[in-house]
Design a protein around this ligand. Structure first.
Ligand code: GLA
Length: 515
């Protein structure tokens, strides 16, 4: 066990530059990358349509920031009924900011957006308490695109693109720096070397990040949130300085800089762990989770230790809101299916451990251009990837190249009805209804009483896939809606079936009389 962890650790440490190659190692589909002709998602219209989470958790008295995701032609005027005292809404930008109420409580807020093209309303339940991330966090993480070339300018550019492309209007909000922002001990590169810690003992950024506070200020000024990465070990996976024996001073520094998300990556901690039983695996996460939970700031805590010691059973108890359940999706080898299926299926086994504020994390969305090249997935595979992650209520972090986002990739990332499945406030992860060599059926109950069902064709030929009401524990007539095409398909009784292309998916919402 210990040996396999060491191997895993070594593997992750060699990853810095191998990741991109591995992520794109499977053969590119002969037809070339998907294009506009493959788009299924209808374009959002000019009328305002509020998107995004319907439930939002925050801690009492902490700074609050939420940009209302809303598509539609600007200018749009925003308003909100029922906002708790201490929070104000900027009517032009739709950004809610201020301080959360000092006592726990639930506030049923109704958001509105109007313009000359129409009007939209949507409920938002603000829950002041101890649970953050009531719906899975969404955003962008730089790792698979920039690895050890990440800079302040690239993070700022990603924030601009998140707004400019409209991704933020669908709920993507975190702009997260991964590894390689700190000093690399022993490096002779003037940008990366130098003292790893400041006079007070806190971690220093390397020369590519001249002013962390200015960076988070600029991200916050857009209504977005900022994330950071560190390791409980002496060094990170890529050999940069880690937080070992400096956890408290570092946690305070991250809050002082204004970060809203922290990924804590095991890596070289194996060298100092002193054991590999569950207590030793839990220890560094309980330490940092406790510190982060006591800061005067809401920081989502993301455990990254590749699923060791069944982290899904205890990640939430040590202060985590999400935990990686597997190794890196970009290192996963393809067999007849791309690697994300294997990662997704392994993550799917932990459905019962997911809940609001406690999410299984199967790693990032690697679609479109990732690193230097297209990821090599077909249109069907990209739709399947996003469908699987959404059904599993996974954190939705894109890690491809923001500067090379095309219309097709955006159409996969930004389908409001698919994202609603991921963000459903009930927070139930899809269960595996059926899995065989050739097909996979996932089903996720939703808050309004309807159920999202994904029929995945794992085979090499188009096939008819069916699911029966007996398998779904349903009865009677149900309305069927195709979520990718956002089209009603009529009603079905006793079963539903569809023809699904090679490696494709049919993602539907089944609504009975009460939904
Ligand atoms: C590990 C993690 C990745 C990434 C790299 C950074 O491999 O699992 O997600 O953070 O480290 O070095």
């Amino acid at each position: 066990m210990r040996r396999s962890r060491r191997v895993l650790c070594r593997l992750t440490m060699t990853m810095t530059l191998l990741a991109l190659a591995a992520a794109t190692a499977r053969p590119t589909a002969l037809a070339g990358p998907p294009g506009e002709a493959d788009i299924l998602t209808p374009r959002p219209g000019p009328a305002p349509a509020i998107r995004g989470p319907k439930a939002y958790g925050c801690r009492p008295g902490h700074p609050f920031l939420h940009r209302i995701p809303c598509t539609g032609r600007r200018p749009i005027r925003f308003s909100a009924e029922g906002l708790p005292a201490g929070l104000t809404l900027d009517a032009d930008t739709g950004v809610i900011s201020g301080r959360a109420p000092s006592a726990p409580g639930t506030f049923a807020v109704v958001l509105s957006a109007s313009s000359e093209h129409g009007r939209s309303t949507r409920p938002l339940r603000i829950v002041v308490g101890d649970t953050l991330a009531l719906t899975p966090p969404m955003g962008w993480n730089d790792w698979y695109t920039w690895t050890d070339r990440i800079t302040d300018a690239r993070m700022r550019s990603a924030a601009d693109i998140l707004i400019g492309t409209g991704m933020a209007d669908f709920g993507y909000e975190y702009i997260n720096i991964d590894d390689c922002w700190m000093v690399r001990p022993g490096s002779s590169d003037p940008e990366l070397g130098g003292p790893a810690r400041d006079d007070a003992g806190a971690m220093r950024p390397n020369g590519r990040f001249p002013d962390m506070k200015a960076l988070t200020d600029s991200i916050h000024a857009r209504g977005l949130k900022a994330g950071l990465y560190t390791s409980p070990g002496r060094t990170t996976c890529a050999g940069f300085a880690g937080s070992y024996e400096h956890e408290e001073v570092d946690a305070r520094k991250y809050a002082e800089w204004g970060f809203d998300f922290l990924k804590y990556d095991w890596c070289s901690y194996t060298d100092v762990a002193g054991g590999s039983d569950r207590a030793h695996l839990v220890k560094p996460y309980a330490l940092m989770g406790g510190l982060v939970g006591r800061l005067d700031r809401d920081i989502v805590f993301n455990l990254c230790q590749y699923g060791m010691g069944n982290v899904w059973e205890w990640g939430g108890d040590v202060g985590g809101q999400c935990w990686r359940t597997t190794g890196d999706v970009g290192l996963e080898k393809a067999d007849h299916l791309p690697g994300f299926y294997r990662v997704g299926l392994s993550n799917a086994a932990h459905a019962r451990n997911a809940a609001p504020g406690r999410w299984n994390d199967p790693d990032y969305l690697l679609i479109g251009v990732v690193g230097k090249e297209h990821c090599g997935l077909t249109a069907n595979e990209e739709h399947s990837y996003m469908s699987m992650w959404s059904l599993m209520a996974a954190p939705l972090f894109y890690s491809g190249d923001m500067e090379k986002l095309d219309a097709f990739t955006l159409s996969v990332l930004c389908n409001a009805e698919v994202i609603d499945v991921d963000q459903d406030p009930l927070g139930i992860q899809a269960r595996v209804v059926r899995k065989s060599e050739s097909d996979l059926v996932l089903a996720k109950p939703l808050e309004d009483g309807s159920i999202a069902v994904g029929l995945f064709n794992l085979g090499e030929e188009p096939r008819e896939l069916a699911v029966s009401w007996a398998e779904l524990k349903l009865s009677g007539e149900h309305r069927v809606r195709d979520l990718w095409r956002q089209k009603d398909l009529g009603t079905a009784r006793e079963s539903y079936s569809a023809r699904v292309d090679r490696h494709g998916v049919m993602l539907v919402r089944l609504a009975g009389p009460r939904a």
